[in-house]
Design a protein around this ligand. Structure first.
Ligand SMILES: [Cu+2]
Length: 248
């Protein structure tokens, strides 16, 4: 009975620390890219540790308990009642604690993914066969023409470094999907509905949005650059773009 209680105490400690670690890490995570990376690393570490431990154990037992002669008959160890229970419950709870921990981490990542920071800059995105159009808060628009001449294609989505960006998106025709690998975000666009994603450009970078839902003949050409530039450069760009539009 005393052994059982000790085992249960350990189980409780392991489970509560797993949950505490998962909720702790939630405080550190700032944006979807970081939170997905964090979750992915946890899964990888988990798989490698488990793979390593069980692989090594399997090899060790294979060698240790191999049949020494063709007619060798094995004999299992005699376990007491509480040892049998312990062998059933302890591994089960250990794996459960790990699953709970990963589950909680996934939950934290999803919360980050869905909760847009208050200071986010909003850009409306319209997807259509086969291009993306971006409309800024002041009504200025931008797009990208994959077939345009060099220098005439347009800038795609330009955003300032250091400001979270939320995209409010809809489609004019069929279902498209807005995916930016660099920022680890992806969301479908549907006619008659507004969906959203947000990302956080922390450094100057040029990445690409590609349509990630097969939407017809030119689906593979439905892409545009996403340029994260210093805030001053962004202000310059949007002023220039607004002027161009006013002049038609
Ligand atoms: Cu598409």
């Amino acid at each position: 009975m005393k052994k059982m209680l000790t085992a249960l105490t350990w189980i409780g400690l392991i489970m509560s620390s797993a949950i505490a670690m998962a909720s702790d890490s939630a405080g550190v995570i700032k944006d979807p890219a970081e939170s997905w990376k964090h979750l992915w690393m946890e899964v990888m570490i988990d798989l490698y540790i488990m793979g390593g431990i069980f692989g090594a154990l399997a090899i060790y037992w294979l060698i240790k308990y191999r049949a020494k002669s063709p007619d060798a008959v094995g004999k299992g160890p005699k376990l007491t009642r509480s040892q049998r229970w312990a062998w059933a419950i302890v591994p089960c709870v250990l794996f459960l604690a790990d699953d709970l921990y990963l589950g909680a981490s996934g939950w934290s990542a999803w919360n980050v993914y869905r909760n847009v920071p208050e200071n986010a800059m909003e850009v409306k995105v319209t997807g259509r066969m086969w291009n993306w159009e971006f409309e800024y808060e002041d009504g200025t628009t931008s797009s990208y023409d994959v077939d345009g001449d060099e220098g005439e294609k347009g800038d795609g989505l330009v955003v300032p470094v250091g400001t979270p960006v939320v995209l409010r998106m809809t489609s004019e025709d069929v279902v498209h999907s807005f995916g930016i690998t660099e920022y680890r975000v992806k969301e479908d666009l549907m006619p008659g509905r507004i969906t959203y994603i947000w990302f956080y450009p922390k450094k100057e970078a040029e990445s690409w949005v590609t349509c990630t839902e097969f939407c017809g003949a030119n689906h593979s050409r439905m892409y545009a650059p996403i340029k994260a530039v210093p805030a001053a450069k962004y202000q310059e760009w949007i002023a220039k773009r607004a002027k161009e539009e006013a002049e038609g």
